[in-house]
Design a protein. Structure first.
Length: 256
């Protein structure tokens, strides 16, 4: 039997209990401090890319083939093999912003604006507002989530989901919408004349996204889903418009 003097007492890094053996008797955390090695770093890197690829692909494909069914299963607990909704949305949003800025999509709108007479001068607030929209405009789409949740709660009175679950549903669909925007922005980079048509296509995709949730997930009849989807789209449009106007007014007070 090993003598007590030879037993190594180790302080648990989690709860602070002094103990011996492989695991802490208070919290169960491993007591042995494992050194970081090149093998462990490479293993972590491979694990990251494996999870990135498999979970992302599963989430993407499920939203393409059976969006309402996938979201319902995710809400009810089938989540292990999929991205969490905000991670999926923000990753696709970041890719979309990268492509938008990398291919200078904003220059397409600037060229269209040059068809009109340019003003003699531009206010500082207008300049800051344009930079804000060009660089971070897509982040305003985050406003869609709370507005949609409020509208859904008011219009879909028989819906069985709570606010967080409704937010989950629209966030997944917004993540998928970002992928549509990515493809359209790439198309605009190749064919600049396609820009106006692409904006119209995005609007149609937004209405379609809301209709799928209303009809397939919230189980509204198609005609109720149609007018409620149109109503929510209009509410989203004017909400974003009001936020942009308010932002511009604040910048005017600050810079002019």
């Amino acid at each position: 039997m090993e003598s007590k003097s030879k037993i190594e007492i180790i302080k648990c890094l989690v709860c602070g209990t002094e103990d011996y053996g492989q695991f802490c008797s208070s919290c169960g955390n491993p007591l042995k401090r494992k050194r970081i090695s090149i093998a462990s770093l490479l293993g972590s890197l491979l694990d990251f890319f494996y999870n990135l690829e498999t979970k992302y692909v599963h989430t993407f494909w499920s939203l393409v083939t059976r969006p309402a069914n996938f979201i319902e299963k995710y809400i009810h607990g089938e989540r292990e093999s999929y991205y969490i909704p905000f991670k999926y949305f923000l990753l696709n949003l970041s890719i979309n912003l990268f492509i938008y800025n990398q291919f200078n999509i904003e220059k397409i709108t600037e060229e269209d604006a040059d068809l009109f007479d340019e003003p003699l001068f531009q206010l500082r607030s207008e300049e800051v507002f344009e930079k804000l929209i060009n660089n971070f405009g897509s982040f305003f789409s985050l406003l869609i989530i709370p507005v949609f949740v409020v509208c859904a709660r008011l219009l879909f009175t028989r819906v069985k989901y709570n606010l967080a679950e409704i937010a989950t549903s629209i966030t997944f669909m917004l993540g998928q919408l970002m992928l549509v925007e990515i493809l359209l922005n790439l198309g605009c980079a190749i064919f600049p004349s396609f820009y106006e048509s692409s904006r119209l296509f995005i609007m149609i995709a937004e209405v379609g996204m809301i209709f799928i949730l209303a009809h397939k997930l919230f189980l509204e009849k198609w005609y109720h889903a149609a007018w409620k989807s149109a109503f929510i789209f209009i509410a989203l449009f004017f909400s974003l418009k009001l936020v942009l106007i308010a932002t511009q007014e604040v910048l005017t007070l600050i810079y002019d």
